[in-house]
Design a protein around this ligand. Structure first.
Ligand code: NAP
Ligand code: GLV
Length: 312
C-alpha cells in the first residue's frame, strides 16, 4: 500500500504534538503542516483553514475537522462532493454534560448567591426550590445534547428535548420540528442550546423565542455565539423576564473587553471551553476513520460525516 499523505492546517493549534500523534497512529503516513504550494494530500486535519487551503487541496479524500461544529468549514467554498468529517464525541460529550450540569445546579441551588453572602461574612439560607418547577429544555439532541439530557435527568429535573427529527429517549419529553418549537419553549425554565449553527438556527435565541420561556427563565448557551441576539438577552434579563444566563460562546471571540457581558451581574461567561478537543482521543478517532477509508469504505459511511445540504 502507498504511503498516505496527511496535511495539517489548524488555526490556533500547536501543530507538533498533533503531527507526532498522527504519525504514530496512522501506519505509513507522511504528515506535514500545510504550506501554500504544498503537493496534493490524501486527507486533511483542519480547524478554520483559509479558502486558499481548500482551493489548493481540492482533491482530498476527506477533510477531518478537529471539532464538532462545522459551521466555520461550511462557510468556505468547498468543492462539490468533498467529504467533511466532524469529531464524533471523542471525549466532548462528557465535558459538555459536566459544564451544563454545573451551570444548571449553580443557578438552581443559588450557589452564586451563597458565594456572595460568604464573601460578605453572611451566614444565610435560601428557600429550597422545586425541581418539578424547573423543567430543563435542551435544543439539539445530537451527540452532545443526548449526553447532556441523560446527565440532567440523573438529577431528577424534568427534561425536554427539541430536535429537527424525533429522538425518543427514556426520561425526556421530546419535541421535533418548527411546529413544536413554541410548545417546547413554553414549558421550559432552563434552556440549553446545543444546536449546530446553520441558516435555520442562526439568531434562534432572540426576544420573541426567549420570551416564551417560563417566567424566571435561564439560558445556557454552549453551541455558537451567532445563535443568540445578545442585546435581546440583556434586555430580557434587565426587565426581569429572565433570571440570567451562562454563556460559553459569543459572536466575537475572544469577547471584546468593552462588551457588557463581562460585567453583567446575572451573566456568567467562560471562554469557549465547555467541551474542548482532546488531542489523543481525536487522533485515535481520525486514525481509525482513515483506516476504514483505506480499506475501501466510503466517507459517507463514517460516523460524523457531515451533510453539507443540512449544514451539520
Ligand atoms: P449533532 O450531533 O450534529 O446534533 C445536532 C442536533 O441539533 C441534532 O439533534 C439535530 O436534529 C438538531 N438540529 C439541527 N438543526 C435543527 C433545527 N433547525 N431545528 C431543530 N433541531 C435541529 O451536534 P453535536 O455534536 O451535538 O454538537 C452541537 C453543537 O455544539 C456543534 O454544532 C457546535 O456548534 C457546538 N459545540 C460547542 C462546543 C463548545 O465548546 N462550546 C464544543 C463542541 C460543540 P436531528 O437529530 O433531528 O438531525
Ligand atoms: C467547538 O466549539 C467545537 O465545535 O468542537
Amino acid at each position: 500500500m502507498d504511503a498516505t499523505y496527511i496535511t495539517f492546517c489548524c488555526t490556533d493549534t500547536k501543530a507538533e504534538p498533533w503531527l507526532a500523534g498522527l504519525r504514530a497512529a496512522v501506519p505509513r503516513a507522511l504528515v506535514d503542516v500545510w504550506q501554500p504550494g504544498a503537493p496534493q494530500a490524501d486527507y486533511a486535519v483542519v480547524w478554520a483553514p483559509p479558502q486558499q487551503f481548500i482551493d489548493e487541496q481540492s482533491r482530498l479524500k476527506a477533510l477531518f475537522n478537529i471539532g464538532a461544529g462545522v459551521d466555520g468549514l461550511l462557510k468556505l467554498n468547498l468543492p462539490p462532493g468533498m467529504a467533511v468529517v466532524r469529531l464524533d464525541d471523542a471525549g466532548m460529550s462528557v465535558q459538555m454534560a459536566e459544564y451544563v450540569c454545573h451551570a444548571l445546579i449553580r443557578h438552581f441551588r443559588e450557589f452564586d448567591g451563597y458565594e456572595a453572602d460568604v464573601a460578605k461574612g453572611t451566614w444565610s439560607y435560601r428557600k429550597p426550590r422545586s425541581r418539578a418547577e424547573c423543567p430543563v429544555g435542551i435544543m439539539g439532541l445530537g451527540v452532545l445534547g443526548q449526553r447532556v439530557a441523560q446527565a440532567v435527568a440523573q438529577f431528577d429535573f424534568p427534561v425536554r428535548g427539541w430536535s429537527r427529527t424525533p429522538h425518543p429517549m427514556p426520561g425526556v419529553t421530546g419535541f421535533a420540528g418548527e411546529s413544536q418549537f413554541n410548545d417546547f419553549l413554553a414549558g421550559t425554565r432552563v434552556l440549553v442550546n446545543l444546536l449546530p449553527l446553520t441558516a435555520q438556527t442562526e439568531n434562534i435565541l432572540r426576544r420573541d423565542t426567549l420570551q416564551r420561556l417560563l417566567p424566571g427563565g435561564y439560558l445556557i448557551n454552549v453551541a455558537r455565539g451567532a445563535h443568540l441576539v445578545e442585546a435581546d438577552l440583556i434586555a430580557l434579563i434587565d426587565s426581569g423576564h429572565l433570571a440570567g444566563a451562562t454563556l460559553d460562546v459569543f459572536r466575537t471571540e475572544p469577547l471584546p473587553r468593552a462588551h457588557p457581558f463581562w460585567s453583567h451581574p446575572r451573566i456568567t461567561i467562560t471562554p469557549h471551553t465547555s467541551a474542548r478537543t482532546l488531542r489523543e482521543e481525536s487522533i485515535a478517532q481520525i486514525a481509525a476513520k482513515i483506516a476504514r477509508l483505506r480499506a475501501g469504505e466510503s466517507p459517507q459511511a463514517l460516523p460524523g460525516c457531515v451533510d453539507p445540504a443540512r449544514g451539520y
